[in-house]
Design a binder for this molecule. Structure first.
Ligand code: HEC
Ligand code: HEC
Ligand code: HEC
Ligand code: HEC
Ligand code: HEC
Ligand code: HEC
Ligand code: HEC
Ligand code: HEC
Ligand code: HEC
Length: 324
C-alpha cells in the first residue's frame, strides 16, 4: 500500500504538470467505456481511496449522492463498483504515457449514454430508450440527471432558459427526485418553454399548483406498453378521470378513441383559453365533426349546456347522450 502511494505521488506530480503543460487526458475515442472495461484485468482497479488523493472534492461530494448506495454495493463486480464503475479502471487514467478514462462532460451524448447503459441496460431496456424522441434528439442521460450532487441546479437552468418568464410558473414546487437536475417542472420547462407556458392559461391542469406533474402523463422512459414519450392518451387520462372514460353502454366515438386522438379531439392537455381545457367553447366544437346536425337543429350557446347533450362523454341510458 505504501509503495503504491509513493508511486501514485509521483504519478500525481507528473499528471498535474502534464495538465498544465498540455491536455493531460486526450479527447475520448468512440466506444471508450466499453473498450476500457473490456481490456481491464482485476489489477487495473485502484479503488476510491486512490481517487481521493487527487479528487478529494468529488469523492466527498459523491458520498451524499443518491447513486452512492448503488455504486458502493460490495456484491457488485469490480467493473461495476465505485468511481471506476463509471469512470473506468483507474490504472488507465493514471497511465502517464497515455491516460484514458470516461469523462462524461467531454463525451458525445451517444458515448455518454453508452457508459450509463453498461449497467442500465439491465434496469432500463435499451430498445425503449431508443424509441424516445429524446434519444432521437441526441439528449444524454446527463441532460436530465446529475450524478455527483444532490443540489438542484434549478437556478442555473432557470437562468439559462426561462429567464424571459418574469413570474415563476409553479406555486407549489414538486420535490426533486431520481437524481434529476432539478424538480421536474423546472427541468422539463427549461427546454419545453412553449408547453409549460400553456399551463399559465386560465383553464389548465393544476401543475402550477403542484397537483399533477409532467411525468404523470409523459413516460420519459417508456415501457413496452407506451408509445414514444406520450403514453396512449386515453389510458393516461383514464387513470385520473375514470368517470369520463367509460366504458359506457352508449359510447361517443371520439371519447372512446375511435376517431383518432381520443380525449385530445376536444381537450387541450396542458391548458386552454376556454373553460374545461376545451379546444373551442361553442357548438363549433361539435360541428367540426357533426356538420349535418348543426344545420338541422339550432342549440343554445353550446350543445352540452341548457340540458341538452349533458352526457356527451357517453351514456348508460340514452343513445343521444341527453342523460347520464
Ligand atoms: C495522481 C492524481 C490523480 C488520481 C489518483 C486520479 N486522478 Fe483523475 N485526474 C487527475 C488529473 C491531473 C486530471 C486532469 C484534469 C484536467 O485535464 O483538467 C484528472 C481528470 C479526471 C477526470 C476528468 C477527465 C477529463 O478528461 O476531464 C475524471 C472523471 C477523473 N479524473 C476521475 C478519476 C477517478 C475516478 C479516479 C480514481 C480511479 C482518479 N481520477 C484518480 C489526477 C488524478
Ligand atoms: C454513476 C456514475 C458515476 C460514478 C459512480 C462517479 N461519477 Fe464522477 N462523474 C459522473 C458524471 C455523469 C460526471 C459529469 C458531471 C455530472 O453529471 O455530475 C462526473 C464528473 C466527475 C469529475 C469531473 C470531470 C468531468 O468530466 O466533469 C470527476 C473528477 C469525477 N467525476 C470523479 C469521480 C470520483 C472520484 C468518483 C468516486 C467517488 C466518481 N466520480 C463516481 C458519473 C459518475
Ligand atoms: C456501475 C453500474 C452503474 C452505472 C455505470 C450507472 N448506474 Fe445508475 N444505477 C445503478 C444501479 C444498480 C441503480 C439502482 C437500480 C435502478 O434503479 O436501476 C442505479 C440507479 C440510478 C438512478 C435512479 C436513482 C433513484 O433515485 O432511484 C438513476 C437516475 C441513475 N442510476 C442514473 C444513472 C446515470 C445517468 C448514469 C450514467 C452517468 C448511471 N446511472 C450509470 C448502477 C449504475
Ligand atoms: C428528458 C429527461 C431524461 C433523460 C434524457 C433521461 N431521464 Fe432518467 N428519468 C427522468 C425522469 C423525469 C425520471 C423520473 C420518472 C418518474 O418518477 O416517473 C427518471 C428516472 C430514471 C431512473 C429511475 C427509474 C425508476 O423507475 O425509479 C433511472 C434508472 C433513469 N432515469 C436512468 C436514465 C438513463 C440511464 C438515461 C439515459 C439512457 C436517462 N435516465 C435519461 C428523466 C430523464
Ligand atoms: C435538454 C433539453 C430537454 C429536456 C430537459 C427535456 N426535453 Fe423533451 N424534448 C427535447 C427535444 C430536443 C425533443 C425533440 C422534439 C422537439 O424538438 O421538440 C423533445 C421531445 C419531447 C417530447 C415529444 C415531442 C414530440 O413531438 O414527439 C415530449 C413529450 C417531451 N420532450 C417531454 C419532456 C418532459 C416531460 C421532460 C422532463 C422530464 C423533458 N421533455 C425534458 C428536449 C428536452
Ligand atoms: C394531463 C396530462 C399532461 C401533463 C400534466 C403534461 N402533458 Fe405534455 N402532452 C400531453 C398530451 C396528451 C400531449 C399530446 C396531445 C396534445 O397535443 O395535446 C402532450 C404533448 C406534449 C409535447 C409535444 C407537443 C407537440 O407539439 O407535439 C411536449 C413537448 C409536452 N407535452 C411537454 C410537457 C411538459 C414539459 C409538461 C410539464 C411541464 C407536460 N407536457 C405536462 C399531456 C400532458
Ligand atoms: C395525474 C392525474 C391526471 C391525469 C393523468 C389527467 N388529469 Fe385531468 N385533471 C386532473 C386534476 C387534479 C384536475 C383538476 C380537477 C379539479 O380541480 O377539480 C384535472 C382537470 C381536468 C379537466 C377539467 C379542467 C377544468 O378547467 O375544469 C379536464 C377537461 C381534464 N382534466 C382532462 C384530462 C385529459 C384529456 C387528460 C389526458 C390527456 C387528463 N385530464 C389527465 C388530474 C389528471
Ligand atoms: C366530443 C368532445 C369531447 C371528448 C372527445 C372528450 N370530452 Fe371531456 N368534455 C367535453 C365537454 C364539451 C366538456 C364540458 C362539459 C361541461 O361543461 O359540462 C368536457 C368536460 C370534461 C371534464 C370536466 C368535467 C367537469 O365536470 O368539470 C373532464 C375531466 C373531461 N371532460 C375529461 C375527458 C376525458 C378524460 C376524455 C377522454 C376519455 C374526454 N373528456 C373526451 C367534451 C369532450
Ligand atoms: C372528433 C369528431 C366528433 C366530435 C368533435 C364530436 N362528435 Fe359526436 N359523434 C362522433 C361520431 C363519429 C359519432 C358516431 C357516428 C355518428 O352517429 O355520427 C358521434 C355520435 C354522437 C351522438 C350520437 C347520436 C348520433 O348522432 O348518432 C351525439 C348526440 C353526439 N355525437 C353529440 C356530440 C356533441 C354534443 C359534440 C360536441 C360536444 C360532439 N358530438 C362532438 C364524432 C364526433
Amino acid at each position: 500500500m505504501r509503495l503504491e502511494t509513493v508511486v501514485l505521488g509521483v504519478g500525481l506530480v507528473s499528471l498535474v504538470l502534464g495538465a498544465t503543460a498540455q491536455k493531460a487526458v486526450p479527447d475520448q475515442p468512440k466506444g471508450i467505456a466499453a473498450a476500457l472495461f473490456a481490456k481491464a484485468s482485476e489489477d487495473d482497479y485502484v479503488g476510491a481511496e486512490t481517487c481521493a488523493g487527487c479528487h478529494a472534492e468529488h469523492v466527498a461530494e459523491f458520498k451524499n449522492s443518491g447513486h452512492a448506495a448503488y455504486s458502493n454495493d460490495p456484491r457488485a463486480p469490480l467493473s461495476k463498483r465505485g468511481c471506476e464503475g463509471c469512470h473506468g479502471p483507474g490504472k488507465f487514467h493514471l497511465d502517464e504515457e497515455h491516460p484514458e478514462n470516461v469523462a462524461f462532460t467531454k463525451l458525445s451524448a451517444k458515448e455518454s449514454n453508452a457508459a450509463c447503459m453498461r449497467c442500465h441496460a439491465e434496469t432500463m431496456s435499451q430498445s425503449q430508450w431508443h424509441r424516445t424522441s429524446h434519444q432521437q434528439a441526441n439528449l444524454a442521460c446527463v441532460s436530465c440527471h446529475q450524478i455527483h450532487t444532490n443540489t438542484p441546479a434549478d437556478e442555473k437552468l432557470a437562468k439559462a432558459k426561462i429567464a424571459s418568464v418574469s413570474s415563476p410558473l409553479v406555486v407549489a414546487k414538486p420535490a426533486t427526485k431520481k437524481l434529476l437536475k432539478a424538480d421536474e417542472v423546472t427541468l422539463c420547462s427549461s427546454c419545453h418553454q412553449a408547453e409549460s407556458a400553456q399551463f399559465r392559461l386560465n383553464s389548465h391542469h393544476p401543475l402550477p399548483e403542484g397537483r399533477v406533474t409532467c411525468s404523470d402523463c409523459h413516460a420519459t422512459h417508456p415501457t413496452n406498453k407506451a408509445r414514444k414519450t406520450v403514453d396512449i392518451v386515453k389510458e393516461k387520462c383514464a387513470s385520473c378521470h375514470a368517470e369520463h372514460t367509460g366504458p359506457f353502454v352508449f359510447e361517443h366515438d371520439p371519447v372512446a378513441g375511435l376517431t383518432g386522438d381520443g380525449c385530445a379531439e376536444c381537450h387541450r392537455s396542458h391548458g386552454s383559453h376556454n373553460p374545461k381545457l376545451l379546444k373551442s367553447f361553442s357548438r363549433g366544437l361539435c360541428a367540426s365533426c357533426h356538420t349535418e346536425k348543426t344545420t338541422t337543429h339550432y342549440p343554445g350557446r353550446t350543445c352540452w349546456s341548457a340540458g341538452c347533450h349533458v352526457a356527451l362523454h357517453g351514456s348508460n341510458s340514452d343513445s343521444r347522450f341527453l342523460k347520464p
